[in-house]
Design a protein around this ligand. Structure first.
Ligand code: HOZ
Length: 425
């Protein structure tokens, strides 16, 4: 596959942008080589600067549940584009989107719109601290909640890919406000509460982890966290940036029947534009300025373009509940017959092929995968026109735009890799 233009662009980019990318996970550091520079997307396919075509399972890292350029979102954007790109003042559309979010996610009684998942989680834990008057946050190893200072402790996603345990630039006193426990270990969370429960403001968790690869919650794990929070007066924050509107219209909390105190949302909620949100119990959300003392703000928050895209996306999903069954069946077909030696984790349209024969249930078991075999598999797939996340520690996403033919081609291409066992060595 010719990637001469991408290679030239990557060389140029590295002169002027750190690592040549505007977010580390795009740099291919975990797999080596040159990332294709993308020119356009259509449905389930991506096209790079050299004219190569790929079936896309990254989906912009989650937002594109309808694929690239879905008509409802693009039409909505066209309609608002010429009326102004930002006002820094309230608009009717923000009320419409907030109401829609509440309809889809009933635990979100009030909501504040922000621009990124990082802003959402940063604001949610500030609010949890302001509401409870406590300082500590319990997070889980391998979960990633954006690049918030105190949450970059034992974090997944790019930190896992680059092998960075704890980032430079975060004062030890900030990191000390974070208590960690292994994902899916309720006993460890119980121990943390037994030791420091009076100081824990909140537990923040990805209900289905997506940032150490896809890892479902063990039965009783989320319920146990809910009980622990209730018993100790802490708040439960579900980070649904990845799972929200994807695993069900009401997110993972609908799927697992868990009612959090606060929820963070991003990705799908903005229809592919920069928009995120945090929301939850009204008595907690009223503590946000200007009604309460917890300050949080943003010039572009509630931006009219992003909000219009978000409304179009959520309205479409609400009007087409059959999409979730379609996603389930496409993703199930993709993951149906894992070759020996591979563990496939999947929840709905989120999945990861882990290069280990053992169950992957937490960060330790994810880190035990054969990263070199993953690297060879990744490049084999890419060279055959299948675009996967360039890291063992990321989830893949199936969209409603993926066709049976896309899935068939992907399965066949993967099978061809495994048919030659030597490729695994
Ligand atoms: N949560 C995404 C990756 N796991 C974020 C993408 C990024 O860091 O650019």
């Amino acid at each position: 596959m010719n990637r001469a233009r991408s290679e030239a662009l990557f060389r140029q980019a590295q002169e002027i942008i750190p690592g040549g990318v505007n977010s580390p996970v795009r740099a291919f550091r975990g797999v080596g080589g040159t990332p294709p520079f993308i020119e356009r997307g259509a449905g389930s396919h991506l096209f790079d600067a050299d004219g190569n075509e790929y079936i896309d399972y990254v989906g912009s890292w989650g937002p594109l549940i309808l694929g690239h350029c879905p008509a409802p979102v693009i039409d909505a954007l066209r309609q608002v584009l010429e009326r102004g790109t930002s006002f820094g003042a309230p608009t009717a559309r923000e009320v419409e989107l907030a109401s829609l979010i509440r309809e889809c996610v009933p635990s979100v009684e009030m909501v504040r719109l922000v621009n990124s998942g990082t802003e959402a989680t940063m604001s949610a834990i500030r609010l949890a601290r302001g509401f409870t008057g406590r300082d500590l946050v319990l997070k889980f190893e391998g979960c990633y909640h954006g690049h918030v200072d105190s949450l970059l402790v034992k974090a997944g996603s790019g930190m896992a890919t680059l092998g960075i345990a704890d980032t430079a630039g975060v004062p030890p006193s900030f990191a000390a406000t974070t208590v960690t426990a292994p994902f899916n270990s309720l006993a460890s969370a119980q121990a943390a509460f037994a030791e420091r429960g009076a100081h824990i403001a909140c537990v923040i968790v990805e209900p289905v982890a997506g940032n150490m690869g896809c890892i479902p919650p063990a039965p009783g794990f989320l319920e146990g966290l809910r009980d622990l929070c209730d018993a100790h007066g802490a708040l439960l924050v579900l980070d649904e940036v990845m799972t929200g509107f994807r695993l069900a219209l009401g997110g993972a909390q609908q799927l697992y029947n868990i009612r959090p105190d606060l929820t963070t949302m991003g990705k799908i909620i903005g229809g592919g534009l920069p928009l995120a949100a945090y929301g939850g119990r009204a008595d907690i959300m009223r503590r946000v300025a200007p009604t309460g003392p917890v300050y949080q703000a943003g010039t572009l928050s509630g931006n009219p373009l992003a909000v219009s895209a978000g409304i179009a996306m959520l309205r479409y999903l609400q009007a087409h509940p059959e999409i979730y069954a379609l996603l389930e069946s496409r993703a199930a077909a993709l993951c149906a017959h894992p070759p020996a030696g591979l563990t496939v984790n999947r929840v709905g349209s989120m999945f990861t092929f882990f290069f280990t024969p053992h169950p992957v249930t937490d960060y330790e078991s994810a880190k035990a995968c054969d990263l070199d075999a993953f690297r060879r598999f990744f490049h084999w797939m890419l060279d055959h026109g299948i675009y996967l996340a360039p890291s063992q520690f990321e989830a893949g996403f199936v969209s409603a735009a993926h066709t049976e033919e896309d899935i068939r081609r992907t399965v066949e291409t993967a099978q061809a890799f495994f048919d030659d066992r030597n490729r695994l060595k």
